[in-house]
Design a protein around this ligand. Sequence first.
Ligand code: IPE
Ligand code: IPE
Ligand code: MG
Length: 247
Amino acid sequence: MNNKNELLKEIDSRRIPRHIAIIMDGNGRWAKKHGYSRLRGHQEGVKAVRKIVEIAGQIGVDYLTLYAFSTENWRRPKDEVIGVINLIRRTLLKEIDNLDKNNVVVQFIGSKDKMDKKFLKDTKIACAKTKNNTGLHLSLAVNYGGRLEIIESIRKLVLDIQQKKEIDVKNIDEQMFSKYLYTKDMPEVDLVIRTSGEQRLSNFLIWQSAYSEFWFTNTFWPDFGAEEFLQAVIEYQHRTRKFGGIK
Ligand code: IPE
Ligand code: IPE
Ligand code: MG
């Protein structure tokens, strides 16, 4: 009954979340359930990414940020780490022309520290092709950690204070500081979705999600599709956001 077209009719096009961030979790458990390698789980996860990018663009989401590899994920076995990072790079190279044709702007957020030269070079060239597009802004969070983001931002800010004497420490406020984050050009996160039954942020967008709505599902990421994505948006549209005030 809850098929995609019926759910699409339920969406209020005037209240689309501007920025949706997704913690794509459960690839490993999906693989285990099916008797496959963990890497196969990550490969299946790519198919879900394709579907979600498409539906997000279709309903008019402006910003979609996907958590693909965290600063903590380096703790995994080396072959999985290399496998995931290569999968991200290869998938991007394969998909970039199609994304470009669909007017998507692609960028990466995360630390460049520890990322290999080939990854940085290939992804930079691919993303540059899409920089003048005007559709969905797709941000891939790779080697991303919210705490490291804040630390790297503080480093940049302190350097600016030391170099450009006109910055007055008294003028550092939330708005000014947020211009030093990886997400400097993006709006606040309206909705955070996490799959696989876990209900935690795992160091994702900790500054940017201060007032986000959260939506969780037990579905493993490779099984996540347009229907559940639309359900999350519909539920979001029924929530009252108060930002500390009274409604
Ligand atoms: C999320 O799936 C993808 C990455 C963190 C790279 P997991 O690999 O964390 O899957 P589970 O949590 O082990 O099932
Ligand atoms: C968060 O998932 C990171 C990504 C989805 C890329 P994890 O599976 O790494 O998070 P924890 O370890 O369960 O908190
Ligand atoms: Mg996980």
